[in-house]
Each structure stands twice: as structure tokens, then as C-alpha cells.
Design a protein. Structure first.
Lengths: 353, 511
């Protein structure tokens, strides 16, 4: 977690503006920029942080996101420890060349001082680009009480479960948000998104007709994860368990899964610096299916060996292990993620450990 | 239907589209232009995006002597030139390892038998489940012998639990009898459900978006009919001439090259009724109904409703260009049309009385493909004092380039007097979605591997389209269809085409 910030913090993400004049000042910004620039917006992308240090980082991230997802970006820095309540705003634009045109997205940055839960709904949401979906990325932990008015405005709730100090409590709140009346918020855990290429890679092994029978004979799963990425490993394990109908079985303090044929499936997590998930190995007797990835490598090295199939080694795209790419992937995919909560159910008892 | 391959439970719910299944893709005519420019770059891009089953095998089948390594080296060079993504030096060797070359004459049955043995071997090594996808990328004159030998060698028959499909490149015949002959020939080897006739226009994002625009937006579907639409214009213009395709083009002409397939497909997507669901057959059923409702133009009607023309010398993009008859390898007496404008009528409840104007031409001022719905005028009651005509609303779907949708409407000019001017609401794919869209061939290859024929033409679609086109061509051949007009290269076509639309009070859009 980022350290709490003081009242003296200063941020300068663009041109300072009075909150009541934001739309007018944005209009002026476009008038002054001439005809060569085109303002575009497909979504409202709101990012909520409680860290002053994250403002610059997020502004840079928004600039990169805007090259593929034209948006109105609203960056909210909640300075909750400030003694006095207050709000400040800045505006700027992120432009990139697209053929003859320059395409621009707007960013409005708010600093909300003091602990005022209503400020978020009152001040910030008054500046949404109307009728466009709202993707809200909360970089701070969720807290009770949950304001159902706030969540009912959000179409896609983005979060990264790897950032949480207390995943069990946070997942419980996320589930609550998803079931609030009238709410149709899609839950988008970036941790789940970054597992997509890994899940595709594992699925690829068993597209091979000779390898497919081993899927029902798996007896061990080994996942190597980076420090702080245990939840990624758990979600991956939960996905496997759900897809293969394994049930968690805890005997004498030891966890394992039971397959539908009563076979025991053991698992092991190894923590090692490197990529979020640097290795995942599925074993069925002598047969082994393994994805390995070095840190910053764009590919998984997929190897299968030992069974009654031809041993092979291939490269599979892994994408870049960077938050910008993960967020872009999430925004591109859209839709809901029906398997996410099911994967979570499969490993629920392990979350608190 | 043969039983499908056993399901991989890890695939369930992973992607929102049908997953392509591992298979051996055999390309007939593997040393040709299409393979180099389109197919292999498309396959590479799919692999780089993680969309291609890693165990896929790509086998080039062609006459020339060469090794797997030579073939891979040639394809690498082509992919580096034509791929939309930069070739990754680490990934290419991995991808190339799935490419093989099989040398044989198309006429040599033994070559197919040895291909079958090789595919079995690859199945065993790569786990491709006996699934086969044959891509006929050779000249259409080679299709019969290829199909016959596929049948004789048993390659057309899928093994238990697997599938065998064929992709046929256009042209799907040169007229109705030849299309029927080709379809019968294909049907002699492959079931219709396993036949994928490729029309790359249908793989374009914007063509796919037509259905979404119409059926996912309540405001459009309400006005998408004869009550509100005055006429529809479908345009495909290009500044290019015949560009080395003289032999093919002079036999084909604009009507067969563009109207019979691409433009009638766009017309179908524009005019069709909502399908019962999004299944391939439900959508194609509706498209066929449109073709059946097209009023047949024959005899003297053709002269009244169709204009054909050929370009004369002129200037395109500031460069002087020769006329069609002076192009290399074009006979001096050629009567081939390089431009067609026609007025089609869709005789059904929804479109009764609405002209669908189609125009296509070479050596026009710029390249553009679009569909424009021109709406009827408002009653001339309220604003008749304003001494100016109010422009009608126009909804334009731009297929290429600058894919997007725009709507023209009228607005009051700021000021104390009432002046009405047209304004445009414009949605550009490129502006809103920065990400490069996949090439049409990527989508279509993926669909064929996944067994989804939605974006491929069905036999009855092809044959119905030929019926419409053949009747016009017959009138031209008999002399009843009117003379071949001329237009200068770099202009928007002959005056006769302007006259054609003027009759309904319309004018061609200024693109």
C-alpha cells in the first residue's frame, strides 16, 4: 500500500481549473487547438487512487490507453488524510496521430481533500461524458458501507486483486457489490485478465487429440508465482478446478482437490521473483504439460512430454506483463466474465491463508 | 454431420467466439500470389495473437520442386513484406515449423495419396485429430481435377470424430451454368455444410457491423424501410486500372468481378429481414430471400436500368493514364465494361418502390466502398419561407477506407435569421478504436477452422446472384441492353449513369 499523504501534497496533471468551469475550459481547450485535432470518446474511464504518487503514473497510463481507447478519463486522487475538505481540478488532453488527423482524449483530474464519501458521486460523476459507459478502476481497497448509488452508475468495475492486503475481505465486498440491487456492474479483476494468455496456453495443450485424455488424469498442479502474486496463482488454480470439476478437500490441514473419479489432485505454489506466473506445470503420471515464462518475455515456452504423445516445445504469445497492456486487454474484451466468480468459489477457503 | 471432436473442457467459456480446432490446412496453389500476400501473413498474425491452434499444420501443395525449408524461406520473405504485424524473429521459426511443402501435379492422383499418408503422419505427430481444411487457391480451371483427386484419394471424407472442409476462392463460376457445374463438382466431394465459399468483403469489420448497426439500434430499424427511405446507393469505386490482371479482367468485367459477389452481398446485408437467430443458416436464409426478391432485369429493361461503360484516357491523382483499350494485353476491340451503374428493385413488403442504386468502376477519382441510405424529405410545410432546400438525411456506412458511419442532418445556422444547413455526425472506427483491425482473411480462416460458415457464401446465394447478373449480361450480348458508354479516367463515370438516378429525383453522392 502507498503511504498516506499529507495536506501539503501538490499535483499538477495539466491546467488547473475551477470545478464549476471544467466543461467550459475543456471547450476552450478544443477551440484553441485548431481544426487538426479530433476529440474522441468511447467510454468514461475513471481511476480512483488514494496515493499522490500514483497521479503521474496514472496520467501516463491514460495517455497510453487513449491511443487505443478514446475516452474521457477522470483521475480521482482522494487525499483522505487532509484535515479540511476541499476539491481541486485540472484538465489536459492526450493526442496521438492517426493518419492525417490528431485524435485526442480528455483527462480531468480531481483532488478530493478530506474524508467525504459523497464527493465522489457529487463532484466527479457530474463530469461524465453522458450516455457513454463508465469503467471505474478502483486502485484503493473497497470499504463499507457500500454506496449503492455509486455502484449503480458503474458499468465495469475494474480492480486488481493482487494489490489487496486482505483478499478474503475484499473479495467478499466485491461479491456484495455485484449483488447490490439494480446494479449491473461487470466485475473486471485485472488479475483475472492477465491470466487469459496463460489459460489459453494451458487449453492449447489439450486441443491436441493425443494429449486430451490426460486432462482427466491430472494428479498434480505446480504454479510458480512472483512475490505478491499468490492470488494470481489461486485464481488460475480455481479456474482449473472449476473447469475440471475438482472439489477442494481439506484433511488434517492439508489441501488437495478431488476429481469426479475420486482421484486426488495435489497442488503446490512456489514463490520466486520473476513474472507474475513464471511457470505452471500440470502432471498426469509421467505426462507433463508446462508453460514457462521469463520475466519480460513476450512468450510462454510450452512443453509437453512423457505421455503417449509426441513430446513438443512451442512458443505461445504471452503479451507484455505490464499494467497498461492488461488494462487494454480488459477494455478490448468487454462483456462479463462468467467464469471469474466460479473460479473464485473453487478456491474460496484458500483465500484467507 | 460426423460426430465432432471430443470437447476440451479448458476451452469452455474461455473466448466469446467459437474456437478454431487443430487441423491440417492444405493450400492448393501454394506458390501463388494469394498464399504469399494474404494467407500466410493472415496465419502468422493469428499465431502472433494467440488465436491459431499451435498444433495446426500448413501444407503447401504445388507443382514446383522445392523443400520444406525453401518454401518456409519464401513465405518468410512474403510475410515480412505483407504482414500487418512486424514479424517477430523469435516467433517466426516456431510458426514456420508448422509449414510443410508437398510437391505434386494437381493431375497426379499419386500425389494426393502421398499427401494423405503425410497428413496421417502429421496427425500422429501433432495431434491434429484428422481434421482437414483444403484451400483451393489455384486457378478455377484447376478446381475440377483437384476436387476429383481429393475424392479419389479419400481425402474429402472425414474420419470418425473429425472433419474435412474445403474453402473455395472466387470466382464461383463465370455464369449460372458454370456456377452450378462448379457447385455440383464441389458437392461431389464435399457436403454443402463443409464448403466455405470465400468472399473477403464479408470478412471486413464494417460489413459485419451492418447487422449490428441495423438490429442492435432501435432507431435505425424503425426507419429502415420504404416508408422512410427514398433510395439506397451502394458504391465501390477505385482509381486503379487493370494492373496486371488484364487477362482475367477482360473476360470478367465489372459486373462479374464485383457486382455478382461483393456488391450483391452488401445489398443483401442492407436489405435483409432480421434473421431468426445469429446462426449461419438463419442469416444466409434471409440474404437469399433478398436475392430472390430482386426484380430480374432482362431484354430492353436492361437498357433502361443498367449503364455499362469503359474508361477512356484521362488523369487520375494528377497522373495521365491510358484508356482501357490501350492497356497492355487488352484487345483493341474489347467490349468489357469497367463501370456499371444499375437500378435494382427489391420486390418485397419492406422495400417496394425503393431503388437500390449500385455503381462500381475502375479509374474513378478515388477508392471508396460505402452504402448510403437516403431518407425521404420532410413535408415541405414549416420551412418553405426559408428560400433554401433542406437536404435529406443520409446515413452512410463506409466499408473502406476510413471505416465508419455518418449521419447527415439539418441544423439551424447560429444567427438571428433562420438558415438551415446540413451537418454531419460522424463515427470513425480509426478514431475511436486505435487498435488495428484484423485482416478479413484472418477472420475467415479462423471461422473455417471453427466450423462457422456465417461469413461465407452458400450455394443458393451464389446461384441466385448469377441469375440476376446473367439476365443483364444476356441483354448486353443480344444488343438489347444498350450500348457501352465511355467515361474519361478520373471522372465519376458516364453521363448516362447520372441520368439513371435523376429519374427518381436522386443524384449520385459526391464522395
Amino acid at each position: 500500500m502507498e503511504a498516506a499523504v499529507s495536506d501539503l501534497v501538490t499535483i499538477t496533471p495539466g491546467l488547473p481549473v475551477e470545478i464549476g468551469r471544467i466543461e467550459k475550459e475543456l471547450g476552450k481547450l478544443w477551440e484553441e487547438s485548431g481544426d487538426g485535432k479530433t476529440r474522441a470518446s468511447l467510454i468514461n474511464l475513471a481511476i480512483y487512487t488514494e496515493s499522490a504518487a500514483a497521479v503521474d503514473r496514472n496520467t501516463e497510463l491514460i495517455a497510453q490507453i487513449a491511443t487505443e481507447h478514446a475516452c474521457r478519463a477522470i483521475l480521482i486522487f482522494a487525499n483522505r488524510t487532509a484535515a479540511e475538505r476541499g476539491a481541486k481540478a485540472w484538465i489536459n488532453a492526450h493526442c496521438h496521430a492517426a493518419g492525417k488527423h490528431e485524435i485526442c482524449s480528455e483527462q480531468i483530474t480531481f483532488q478530493l481533500d478530506g474524508d467525504s464519501p459523497s464527493a465522489l458521486t457529487n463532484v466527479v460523476f457530474a463530469h461524465l461524458d453522458s450516455d457513454l459507459p463508465l469503467c471505474f478502476w478502483s486502485q484503493a481497497p473497497f470499504r463499507e458501507p457500500l454506496d449503492s448509488r455509486l455502484w449503480s452508475w458503474i458499468d465495469r468495475l475494474i480492480f486488481d486483486s493482487n494489490d489487496w492486503d486482505d483478499p478474503a475481505a475484499q473479495f467478499a465486498l466485491v461479491r456484495k457489490i455485484a449483488t447490490l440491487g439494480e446494479v449491473r456492474t461487470a466485475l473486471c479483476d485485472l488479475n483475472w485478465t492477465r491470466l487469459l494468455s496463460l489459460r489459453l496456453g494451458l487449453a492449447h495443450f489439450f486441443d491436441n487429440a493425443c494429449a486430451l485424455p490426460y486432462l482427466r488424469q491430472l494428479d498434480h498442479v505446480e504454479i510458480v508465482h512472483a512475490p505478491g502474486a499468490r492470488i494470481s496463482a489461486l485464481l488460475l488454480l480455481g479456474w482449473l478446478a472449476h473447469q475440471l470439476d475438482w472439489k477442494l478437500d481439506s484433511v488434517l490441514g492439508r489441501h488437495a482437490f478431488r476429481a469426479p473419479d475420486r482421484r486426488e489432485v495435489t497442488f503446490e505454489f512456489v514463490m520466486r521473483p520473476g513474472a507474475c506466473i513464471s511457470s505452471c506445470r500440470l502432471a498426469a503420471g509421467d505426462a507433463s504439460f508446462q508453460l514457462d515464462r521469463a520475466q519480460h518475455d513476450q512468450f510462454y515456452h510450452a512443453t509437453m512430454s512423457g505421455g503417449r504423445f509426441e513430446a513438443s516445445s512451442q512458443l505461445l504469445p504471452a503479451g507484455r506483463d505490464r499494467i497498461t497492456e492488461t488494462l487494454l486487454m480488459e477494455l478490448s474484451r468487454g462483456g462479463r466474465h462468467p467464469l471469474y466468480l466460479k473460479a473464485l468459489d473453487a478456491i474460496q477457503p484458500l483465500l484467507a491463508e | 454431420m460426423p460426430p465432432s471432436s471430443p470437447a476440451n473442457p479448458l476451452r469452455e467459456g474461455l473466448l466469446s467466439r467459437s474456437a478454431p480446432e487443430p487441423c491440417s490446412l492444405v493450400i492448393f496453389g501454394a506458390t501463388g500470389d494469394l498464399t504469399h500476400r494474404k494467407l500466410v501473413p493472415a496465419l502468422y498474425n493469428l499465431a502472433a495473437d494467440g488465436n491459431l491452434p499451435p498444433s495446426i499444420s500448413v501444407i503447401g501443395f504445388a507443382r514446383r520442386e522445392k523443400s520444406d525449408e525453401q518454401f518456409r524461406a519464401e513465405l518468410e520473405e512474403a510475410a515480412r513484406k505483407f504482414s500487418r504485424q512486424k514479424i517477430n524473429d523469435e516467433l517466426w521459426p516456431n510458426f514456420a515449423a508448422s509449414i510443410f511443402y508437398h510437391r505434386s501435379e494437381f493431375t497426379n492422383l499419386a500425389g494426393y495419396e502421398s499427401l494423405a499418408a503425410r497428413l496421417d503422419e502429421l496427425d500422429a505427430h501433432r495431434g491434429t485429430r484428422g481434421n482437414r481444411l483444403f484451400y483451393l487457391s489455384a486457378g478455377p480451371d484447376q478446381f475440377p481435377i483437384i476436387l476429383e483427386n481429393l475424392r479419389k484419394s479419400g481425402l474429402n471424407r472425414a474420419k470418425e470424430g473429425s472433419w474435412s472442409r474445403v474453402i473455395v476462392e472466387k470466382p464461383f463460376g463465370t455464369d449460372l451454368p458454370s456456377a452450378i457445374e462448379l457447385n455440383n463438382m464441389v458437392e461431389g466431394s464435399f457436403r454443402e455444410a463443409d464448403t466455405y465459399r470465400i468472399d473477403h468483403y464479408l470478412g471486413k469489420e464494417t460489413a459485419q457491423n451492418i447487422m449490428v448497426l441495423r438490429f442492435a439500434n432501435a432507431i435505425f430499424e424503425q426507419v429502415w424501410n420504404a416508408r422512410y427511405v427514398h433510395h439506397v446507393q451502394i458504391t465501390a469505386s477505385e482509381p486503379l486500372g487493370v494492373e496486371g490482371r488484364a487477362g482475367y479482367y477482360d473476360h470478367s468485367g465489372a459486373m462479374r468481378d464485383m457486382v455478382q459477389n461483393h456488391l450483391l452481398q452488401l445489398l443483401c446485408l442492407t436489405a435483409m429481414e432480421p434473421p431468426t437467430d445469429l446462426s449461419a443458416d438463419a442469416i444466409r436464409d434471409e440474404k437469399v430471400k433478398v436475392l430472390r426478391c430482386l426484380r430480374r432485369l432482362a431484354g430492353p429493361d436492361v437498357a433502361e436500368h443498367v449503364v455499362r461503360a469503359q474508361y477512356a484516357a484521362g488523369s487520375v491523382n494528377g497522373r495521365d493514364v491510358v484508356g482501357y483499350l490501350d492497356e497492355q494485353n487488352i484487345p483493341a476491340t474489347s467490349q468489357t465494361e469497367t463501370y456499371v451503374a444499375l437500378e435494382a428493385s427489391v420486390d418485397n413488403w419492406r422495400w417496394a418502390g425503393v431503388p437500390f442504386y449500385i455503381r462500381v468502376g475502375k479509374r474513378l477519382p478515388k477508392g471508396a466502398t460505402e452504402i448510403a441510405l437516403h431518407f425521404k424529405s420532410v413535408p415541405p410545410v414549416l420551412f418553405r419561407q426559408t428560400s433554401q432546400a433542406i437536404d435529406d438525411n443520409v446515413l452512410v456506412i463506409r466499408i473502406q477506407p476510413d471505416e465508419g458511419v455518418s449521419l447527415r442532418m439539418s441544423a439551424k445556422l447560429p444567427g438571428s435569421s433562420l438558415r438551415i444547413e446540413p451537418v454531419k455526425m460522424d463515427f470513425h472506427y480509426g478514431t475511436s478504436f486505435g487498435k488495428a483491425t484484423p485482416e478479413a482473411y484472418e477472420r475467415l480462416l479462423l471461422d473455417a477452422m471453427a466450423g462457422d460458415p456465417t461469413l461465407f457464401a452458400r450455394r443458393d446465394e451464389v446461384e441466385e446472384a448469377w441469375k440476376f447478373v446473367d439476365a443483364i449480361r444476356a441483354a448486353w450480348d443480344s444488343g438489347e441492353g444498350g450500348p457501352l458508354a465511355n467515361y474519361s479516367a478520373g471522372t465519376w463515370g458516364p453521363d448516362e449513369a447520372d441520368e439513371l438516378v435523376k429519374r427518381s429525383g436522386a443524384a449520385w453522392r459526391r464522395l
